[in-house]
Design a binder for this molecule. Structure first.
Ligand SMILES: [Mg+2]
Length: 310
């Protein structure tokens, strides 16, 4: 953070002012970009995302108020603080300036010390704001992710499957769901230790992520259980995918302290429209039942859900 170069964008139709501001701010280690009218200023702002915009009010064409309004209405650049620059001879409505979202204002001809102080304040606020946004983003990410595997957690999975289920129903798309777990995971923990067990979970998660599409939703369902939502995927294709994943896992060398740990998975697959579940919870239950049958049938296999008739 300390050595970040802060950028100031100066929008002013007067070349002398632009040059003056550039010289002054460059001396204070700001990177400076200039624009000679509002249109150009908005374009540059969108491209370089400066920490602060210094904006002249009186300009031919779009005046400073209009430019400020447009900046504040554009989500991409709305967070950039705007300092309005106005001359003492111009009638400047300070309240109006603040109303349209300006952060501060300075009078021309400007007192250099005052201008620098106001810019420094806005830069500092902007950087704090950016840091906070980044922290919030990380926090949000953390509340969705499983800490060990970096897959989505169960809570987020529940939200997503409900969404994907209703979307598939509404637009008549196919959608599939896979539930799988590691065969004899307890034995892996017992024979090699929990650290080895954690390694296996992490590596399995990586294999999974490497084989899915961006739209698929992989989650750690709990313990050694995983789930995968496959939007726009028929049951038949989901079974083909499940089999490929099973084979990949069976042949992958899971190593722990140079010892190879044999790892296999069992998978249950269910889907819309084939299984015609009445809710997303029923879809989950169908896949879970299929997984149970895969276990019963001897593990290391994929079972597609089929409704049993009494
Ligand atoms: Mg002007």
């Amino acid at each position: 953070m300390e050595d970040r170069v802060n950028t100031v964008l100066v929008i002013d139709d007067n070349e002398v002012i632009r040059r003056l501001a550039k010289t002054l701010l460059t001396k204070r280690n700001y990177a400076v970009e200039t624009a000679k009218n509002g249109q150009e200023g908005i374009e540059i702002a969108k491209r370089i995302k400066p920490q602060v915009i210094l904006l002249d009010v009186m300009m031919p064409g779009m005046d400073g108020y209009e430019v400020c309004k447009r900046i504040k209405e554009d989500a991409e650049i709305a967070d950039i603080p705007v300092i309005i620059v106005t001359s003492k001879t111009e009638t400047f409505d300070r309240i109006h300036g603040l109303e349209i979202g300006a952060a501060d204002y300075v009078m021309k001809p400007f007192d250099q010390g005052e201008l620098l102080a106001r810019i420094a304040t806005q830069v500092k606020l902007k950087n704090l704001y950016d840091e906070l946004q980044e922290k919030n983003r990380i926090l949000e990410e953390m509340t969705r992710k499983d800490g060990l595997t970096d897959l989505f957690n169960r809570r987020y999975f529940q939200e997503r499957i409900a969404e994907e289920f209703s979307r598939a129903r509404r637009y008549d798309f196919p959608m599939s769901f896979i539930m799988f777990d590691i065969d004899h995971f307890k034995e892996i923990n017992d024979s090699y230790g929990h650290q080895a067990g954690d390694d296996v979970l992490r590596n399995l998660a990586r294999i999974l992520v490497n084989h899915i599409r961006d739209v698929d939703v992989p989650a750690r369902y709990g313990g050694e259980e995983f789930s995968l939502i496959l939007p726009h995927t028929t049951l038949k294709n989901a079974v083909i995918f499940a089999e490929r994943l099973r084979e990949e896992v069976a042949k992958h060398p899971f190593l722990f302290h140079e010892k190879r740990i044999p790892v296999t998975i069992s998978l249950g697959v269910a889907g819309i429209p084939d299984n015609n579940p009445s809710s997303c919870n029923e879809l989950i239950r169908f896949a879970d039942e299929a997984l149970y049958r895969a276990k019963q049938a001897g593990r290391n296999r994929t079972v597609m859900y089929m409704r049993t008739t009494e």
